[in-house]
Structures are given as structure tokens and as C-alpha cells.
Ligand binder design. Structure first.
Ligand code: HEM
Ligand code: HEM
Length: 190
């Protein structure tokens, strides 16, 4: 395996068969930004006093960044199933297996977490309203306070756990790039 210097490596594109296609790269980084926005908004919400308009704005940003994650995650997964992924970079079998397993866990997360959030809102007796247009999305489940508490608990636990999972995924990418000097990060970068 040819070792390349990380900064030098990022400056020229990898040949097409060795990297994710343009749409897969777009999906990856758009979903990343939206997930980061959903996390930032829910953390910010905690700083605003109850009843403040900024608090409900932060909640709306959380909900809509999260819903957009779902809107992108579904076609993204379909695209992945249709197009597959480029052949892995050279490396031990356990590393390929661990990377692959991590990716499917992340796919499950970007699909399940927004659905759990939406169900929590609906079970709490609220509808999601499209910003600007003011159109209510139909409820997926009816009002049920017990179910709402359960779903909220699951949504929050997964949300907290995935700080760690996403952190590990990002650290693995940086480890490949800076320590192993392979093309793993470049495959999805551009
Ligand atoms: C990828 C998308 C999402 C992520 C990563 C995410 C993550 C989180 C996190 C970390 C929390 C706070 C946990 C805590 O306080 O311990 C939370 C709370 C919550 N989320 Fe999400 N969420 C997402 C999508 C959504 C969506 C789409 C909705 C609704 C449509 C939603 C509704 C809620 C609600 C109602 C709460 C509880 C807020 C509160 O009562 O303070 N989430 N979410
Ligand atoms: C919300 C955050 C993120 C999510 C949900 C996420 C999700 C994913 C998923 C599902 C894949 C597999 C793609 C496929 O095979 O179809 C992937 C690949 C990848 N991600 Fe992320 N990612 C996130 C953040 C990041 C960050 C911050 C970095 C870099 C610092 C990163 C680096 C990579 C790399 C290098 C790959 C390709 C790995 C390979 O080809 O073996 N990801 N990501």
C-alpha cells in the first residue's frame, strides 16, 4: 500500500472506482450537517428559559433538522443498496468488518432517531407544522401520555449514546487518514 501525506493526499481527487460517487458524498455530508444542527439546537434549547420564543425556535430547528435527516436518509439508504460502496482500502479483515458494522448502525440511527422523535411529538398530542407554509403534518400515532414518555426516553437515550458512536466513527476516519495514511477519508470527502 502506497503511503501518502494526508494534506498532500487531500489536494488531488481519487479515481472514481475507489471513492463514493457524488450523490453518496452529498448525502453523507448533508446528513452530517443536519444531525449536527439537530444536536446543537436541542443543546441550545436548554439554555433558554421555559416559555421564551427562542426556546420554541430551538425546538423547531431541532425537529426540522431531524425531519430533514429522515427525508435524506431514506433515498440515501436506497442509493447505497442500489450502488453499493467502493471496494475497501487494503487492511485487515476485522477492520473492514468493524467499519461495515458501524456504517449499518449509523444508517439505522439516521432512520430510526427522527421517526422516534416524530412519534414522541405525536404521542404527546402535538402535530408537526411545516415552517412558513403553516401546514400540519398528519399524526402518525394518537395521543398517549404513557407511550410518549416511553418514546421520549428511548429517543433521548439513543441521542445521548450516539454522541459516542458518531465520535468513534469520526475518530476512526481521522485515524485512517492521519495515522494509517490510507484513502478512507478521501473516498467520501470529494
Ligand atoms: C437525527 C435526528 C435527531 C437527533 C440526533 C435527536 C437527538 C435528540 C437529543 C440528543 C435529545 C435530548 C436528549 C436529552 O435531553 O437527554 C432530543 C430530544 C428530543 N427530540 Fe430529538 N433528535 C432527532 C430528531 C428529532 C425529531 C425529527 C423530532 C420530532 C419531530 C425530535 C423530537 C424531540 C423531542 C420532542 C425531544 C425532547 C425535548 C424535550 O422535551 O426537552 N427529535 N433529541
Ligand atoms: C452524523 C454524523 C455521521 C453519520 C450519521 C455518518 C454516517 C456514515 C455512514 C452511514 C457511512 C457509510 C457509507 C456507505 O457505505 O454507504 C459513512 C462513511 C464514512 N464516514 Fe461518516 N458519518 C457521520 C460523520 C462523519 C464524520 C464527522 C466523518 C469524518 C471526520 C466521517 C467519515 C466517514 C468516512 C471516512 C466514511 C467512509 C468509510 C469507508 O469507506 O470505509 N463521517 N458515514
Amino acid at each position: 500500500m502506497k503511503r501518502v501525506q494526508p494534506l498532500q493526499a487531500m489536494s488531488f481527487p481519487l479515481e472514481a472506482s475507489r471513492r463514493y460517487d457524488r450523490l453518496a458524498r452529498f448525502f453523507h455530508w448533508a446528513v452530517f450537517l443536519l444531525v449536527a444542527a439537530a444536536y446543537a439546537a436541542i443543546e441550545l434549547k436548554g439554555f433558554f428559559p421555559k416559555g421564551a420564543p427562542t426556546r420554541s425556535l430551538a425546538m423547531s430547528v431541532h425537529e426540522w433538522a431531524g425531519m430533514l435527516v429522515l427525508v435524506l436518509a431514506a433515498p440515501r439508504l436506497l442509493w447505497r443498496l442500489v450502488r453499493g460502496a467502493p471496494a475497501p482500502e487494503p487492511g485487515p479483515r476485522w477492520m473492514h468488518w468493524a467499519g461495515e458494522a458501524m456504517h449499518w448502525v449509523l444508517y439505522a440511527f439516521i432512520l430510526a432517531q427522527p421517526v422516534l422523535g416524530l412519534l414522541t411529538v405525536n404521542a404527546g398530542g402535538h402535530l408537526l407544522t411545516l415552517p412558513v407554509l403553516g401546514i400540519d403534518l398528519p399524526a402518525v400515532v394518537g395521543t398517549d401520555p404513557g407511550l410518549k414518555d416511553l418514546l421520549k426516553e428511548i429517543h433521548e437515550t439513543i441521542g445521548t449514546a450516539f454522541y459516542l458512536v458518531i465520535g468513534l466513527h469520526a475518530m476512526a476516519a481521522l485515524f485512517h487518514h492521519y495515522m494509517l495514511g490510507d484513502n478512507t477519508l478521501r473516498r467520501i470527502w470529494r
